[in-house]
Design a protein around this ligand. Sequence first.
Ligand SMILES: *Cc1c(COP(=O)(O)O)cnc(C)c1O
Length: 368
Amino acid sequence: MNRVPLFNMNLQRQAIRLEIERAVKEVLNSGQYVLGESVRRFEKEAAHFLGSRYAVGVASGTDAILLSLTALGVSRADEVITSPHTFFGTVGPVLHLGAKPVFVDIDPQTYNIAPQEIRKKISKKTKAILPVHLYGQCADIVAIKKISSEYGIPVVEDTAQAFGALREGKRAGTWGDLGAFSFYPTKNLGAYGDGGLICTNRRSLFERIRVLRVQGARRKYFHELAGYNSRLDSIQAAVLSVKLKYIDRWNEARREKAGFYQEKLKNIQQIILPYIAPKNVPIYHLYAIRAKKRDALAKSLAKQGVETGVYYPLPQHLQKALIGWGYQKGDFPEAERAAHETLTLPMFPELTRQQQERVIQSIREFYL
Ligand SMILES: *Cc1c(COP(=O)(O)O)cnc(C)c1O
C-alpha cells in the first residue's frame, strides 16, 4: 500500500530537474555563493511578481520577521500584537528584541487574528501589528490596515505560508509596511535549504534592511547599526528564480485539490472544512480541517498510510519560552480549541485524484 504523504517535494523537483541543475551549476561556476547576481535577480523578479517596489533576500522566514521588526525600531519595553495560533517563528523575533508579544485571539472560521479584538489591545507601547496569513489565506488585512492607519502603527505581515495568495487582487505581504516570506523547503515556494524575503514599498525601510542583513555595515567593516548575518545564499536564489516561474500554476493546482476535498468531504458532519473569507484567493499551503476526535482520526488515517499534520499542537502563549509574560491556559480559547481540533490533510500540487480518494475514503470509514 502506497503512503499518501503530507508533502512531496521530490515530484516537483523531478519535473524541473534540468532547469534546477543548470541554475545551480551556473552559481557553482560563478564562484559567488552568498548574495551576488542570482540574489539580485531573484529579488527583482519576486518584487515584480508580488507587485512591491522593493524586495530583500534574507536567510530565513524567521529572520525576515526579525529584520522587519528591527527596521521598525522594535525594542525593549515595546509591544507587538500578533496571533497565538502560529509557528514559533512569528513570536521568537519579538522575544529576541526584548519586546512583549501581545496576543489577540483568532477568528474560529479562518484561524487568523480577529481584527475587531486588535483595537482593545493597543497601548502606548504598541510598536507593530504582526498578522499571520495562516495556512495560505490572507488574514483580514483590510480591517487591520484600517486600524494601522487610525493609530499610526505599522504592519508586518507574516506571509511565510502564503506566497502568491491574494486579497482583493493584491498579493499577501504587500498590504502592510513590510511583508515577510519563508522559503523553507516545505513552504509553497520552497528552496533547497533555508531562505527568506522581505518586501516593502518604503524606501527608507528597504535601505535599512539591506544594511541590517550584512552586519549593519553599508561599507564593509564600518558598522552603523547592530545588524545581523542574514544573507540569502546564491544557490537558493537561483533555485527560487526557476520555481517562481511555476508558482501561479502550482498554487492553482493546490486550489484545485482543495476544491476536490471540499466537494467530497462536505457531507461529513464531524468535520469542518476550510472557510474562505470573501475576496480572498488562498494558496492552501496547508489544508486544515477541524475534526471531532482529532487524535483518533489522525491515528486511524496513519494506519491507512495517510499522513496528516497538526499545525500547531500548542498555542504560542502557552509555550515554555514565554513563561514570564504572564499568559495562562484559557486566555485565548479559540486558539486553544484550534490546537486541539485542527488536522491538516495531504496537500501539494502533484497530489493525485487516487491519493485524494484514499484520504477521503479513510476519513469516511473512521466516522462511519
Ligand atoms: C515557516 C514559518 C515561519 C518561519 O520561517 P523559517 O523560514 O522556517 O524561519 C514563520 N512563520 C510562519 C507562520 C511559518 O509558517
